[in-house]
Design a protein around this ligand. Structure first.
Ligand code: GLU
Length: 280
């Protein structure tokens, strides 16, 4: 039996939802309805320093206002930290991760003095074992980074299926280029897990067959495809969608103070108007 079409909307409760989120949520929901499948909601709240319960409550209210329904219980990533930890340990035992003691500031300095790579494509290296032992004994915090070389050697060439399109029109069978992410952090020094690992595991655990999300996450897919191979998880089909842009031609983003759904609702805009405006 093939798995039923299952997709998800996975917001982080770090602010109020805006039009861009509504577009993602509605696109995923409509696709599930058209396929007679399931549409899940997942709260991506691993970053306790930025997530707020009030934003999570607002997410439920905004989605209900949009006319969306979702299955209970909702998966909240903060309730599954030990599962992520177990996956990190599995990868570390296989020599696919190394401890990185550098702070973001130190990495920025290293990049500035040897100008190749960026913060997002950083390739580090493990410390010599005596130094590492010393810093561990001193109780210094560290992040777990994926050793891209070891991971690529183990996984070999990979592909994924794109039914939407990436930012440059990429579609169809796409060769995965995990090197776009460098030696990606899988466990942050502060919260013990990081975005790519939590998302990859959760999509598999929740039986997600179709990942529907904005094309800003297209590059993330290349990294997540590699993690699927390393963790022996199934690969969903991807449908990246265009990003909504505001009247100024720029994409909606929390940091630009895009009008929130709550503000639109207060101003008397209806979900039907919003759908029409988005071409949905
Ligand atoms: N939580 C992520 C965000 O808010 C989305 C993750 C995903 O769709 O894979 O952007």
């Amino acid at each position: 039996m093939t798995a039923p079409f299952t997709t998800r909307f996975a917001p982080s409760p770090t602010g109020l939802l805006h039009r861009g989120h509504a577009f993602s949520a509605l696109t995923a929901h409509d696709a599930a309805r058209a396929a007679g499948g399931r549409s899940l909601l997942r709260i991506e709240d691993i970053d306790a320093t930025r997530c707020r319960p009030a934003f999570e409550t607002a997410i439920y209210g905004d989605l209900a206002w949009l006319g969306l329904e979702w299955e209970q219980p909702v998966r909240r990533q903060s309730e599954h930290l030990t599962e992520y930890q177990a996956a990190i340990e599995r990868l570390a035992e296989r020599g696919l991760l190394y401890r990185c003691f550098r702070t973001r500031k130190e990495i920025a300095e290293a990049i500035a003095s040897a100008p190749h790579g960026t913060m997002d494509t950083w390739r580090g290296s493990p410390l010599p074992s005596d130094q590492e032992a010393r810093r561990l004994a001193a109780g210094e915090a560290f992040a777990w980074r994926l050793s891209l070389d070891a991971a690529l050697a183990q996984a070999g060439p990979l592909t994924f299926t794109e039914e939407g399109s990436g930012p440059n029109g990429e579609t169809g069978l796409i060769p995965a280029r995990p090197e776009l992410g460098g030696d990606v952090v899988l466990a942050r020094r502060d919260v013990g897990v990081a975005y790519h690992l939590a998302v990859t595991l959760d999509d598999a655990l929740q039986g997600v067959t179709h990942v529907i999300r904005g094309e800003d996450l297209f590059e993330a897919t290349h990294v997540q495809r590699l993690l699927q191979a390393l963790l022996d998880l199934p690969t969903p089909v991807y449908r990246h969608h265009r990003l909504l842009t505001g009247p100024d031609g720029k994409r909606y983003a929390k940091r630009d103070h895009a009008q929130t759904l709550a503000e639109l609702r207060t101003a008397g805009v209806t979900p039907q108007q919003l759908r029409a405006e988005m071409g949905l």
